[in-house]
Design a protein around this ligand. Structure first.
Ligand SMILES: *[C@@H]1O[C@H](CO)[C@@H](O)[C@H](O)[C@H]1NC(C)=O
Length: 274
């Protein structure tokens, strides 16, 4: 009996994985070779942008549902025109994507954090917020909880956005294809800072963004039995989280596509009216 129990526990555990990263084992540098560096025996990664190139990395593995945390310290000083993108994406046609994009600014002016969700190639779901701290002074944790019911974006554990599964009213939801994790640091000065008004000051290059303490809770792709995980089963925010989300939206929201009636003259996207 005890043996049978042990056997059941072990086979069940095999379906659940918790990956604490080493950048060497979990990621590949995919762009800008010498502009990206893994440091401290794999504990840290740095991306660099200068006039010759930006840089980027991607995860070796694909995940179908996950809770992922990454600590990032954004480009300090005059980062105007730089974009640090941190996202998950599927490959090929009808792609799904879950995005964080950090838009740099002049020294002392606030970064903007933009989020977006693509399902079956359908994006145009930008939200933009300021952060309640200086994201260049220290590492902060940026997380995505992606399960069959919702995609929850959070910063240092504070929820900043929820994208719910609204398939029942015809909104496609990412749930049929795995995604890799990607990050890149690039020149976005045609749009990023004050709508493209402020350009990169190359005399301030190189620009550097740093990463550490990647953590992923994932479902094994060979199994659908992931439901024992709290993150996997979460269907909605609890009331404390809901309050935090409202605090963010009230005090830090810069732009919400769901309020942009000019952009959608035929009516707001369906998920906005839920
Ligand atoms: C940069 O600072 C300006 C002035 O405070 C602000 O309007 C803008 O939203 C900030 N962020 C970006 C990315 O443009």
């Amino acid at each position: 009996m005890a043996l049978l129990f042990l056997f059941l526990v072990l086979t069940h555990l095999a379906y659940l994985q918790n990956i604490s990263a080493n950048f060497y084992s979990d990621f590949d540098i995919t762009w800008g070779n010498d502009h990206a560096k893994i440091l401290d025996n794999g504990q840290q990664l740095q991306l660099t942008l200068d006039q010759s190139s930006g840089s980027g990395f991607q995860s070796k593995n694909e995940y179908l549902f996950a809770k992922i945390d990454m600590q990032i310290k954004l480009v300090p000083g005059n980062s105007a025109g730089t974009v640090t993108a941190y996202y998950m994406s599927s490959q090929g046609d009808k792609h799904d994507e879950i995005d964080f994009e950090f838009l740099g600014n002049l020294s002392g002016d606030p970064y903007i954090m933009q989020t977006n969700v693509f399902s079956q190639d359908q994006g145009n779901r930008e939200q933009r917020i300021y952060l309640w701290f200086d994201p260049t002074a220290d590492f902060h944790t940026y997380s995505v909880l992606w399960n069959p019911q919702q995609i929850l974006f959070s910063v240092d554990g504070t929820p900043v956005r929820v994208f719910k599964n609204n398939e029942n009213v015809g909104v496609a939801y990412p749930k049929n294809q795995g995604m890799r994790i990607y990050s890149s640091l690039w020149n976005g000065d045609d749009w990023a800072t004050r709508g493209g008004l402020v350009k990169i000051d190359w005399s301030k290059a190189p620009f550097v963004a740093s990463y550490q303490n990647f953590n992923a809770q994932v479902c094994s792709t060979s199994s659908s039995d992931c439901s024992a995980n709290a993150w996997y089963s979460q269907v909605a925010l609890d009331s404390g989280e809901q309050q935090q989300l409202e605090w963010v939206r009230k005090n830090y929201m810069v732009y919400d596509y769901c309020s942009d009636t000019k952009r959608f003259p035929q009516g707001l996207p369906t998920e906005c009216t839920r």
